[in-house]
Design a protein around this ligand. Structure first.
Ligand SMILES: [Zn+2]
Length: 93
């Protein structure tokens, strides 16, 4: 095997290894759940066909408080706010 082939194999190997390491690191940097990383508000899930095909294990999200949009890891979702109906007073004074 010539030196050029050995160099190419090692160079490409390090490049692929760097891609794998960066993917793993960025996967764990992404927050899980449905909270915005900027303002900690609850984000809305946005359907994105492209991201769904490329990375189906992420949640495409949009924050309506600050306008952030991006990917979040799947995780526990915030409980939806429950609005209690107004109780009408039956007392007549
Ligand atoms: Zn936000």
């Amino acid at each position: 095997m010539s030196d050029a082939v050995i160099f190419a194999v090692i160079f490409v190997g390090f490049f692929v290894l760097r891609l794998v390491a960066a993917t793993i690191v960025f996967f764990f940097i992404l927050p899980d759940g449905d909270r915005c990383p900027n303002c900690d508000a609850v984000t809305l899930r946005v359907r994105s066909k492209g991201w769904k095909v490329i990375m189906p294990w992420f949640r495409t999200s949009w924050c309506y408080e600050c306008g952030w949009h991006g990917l979040l890891r799947r995780g526990p979702l915030s409980p939806s706010p429950t609005v209690e109906p107004r109780r009408q007073d039956t007392k007549k004074t």
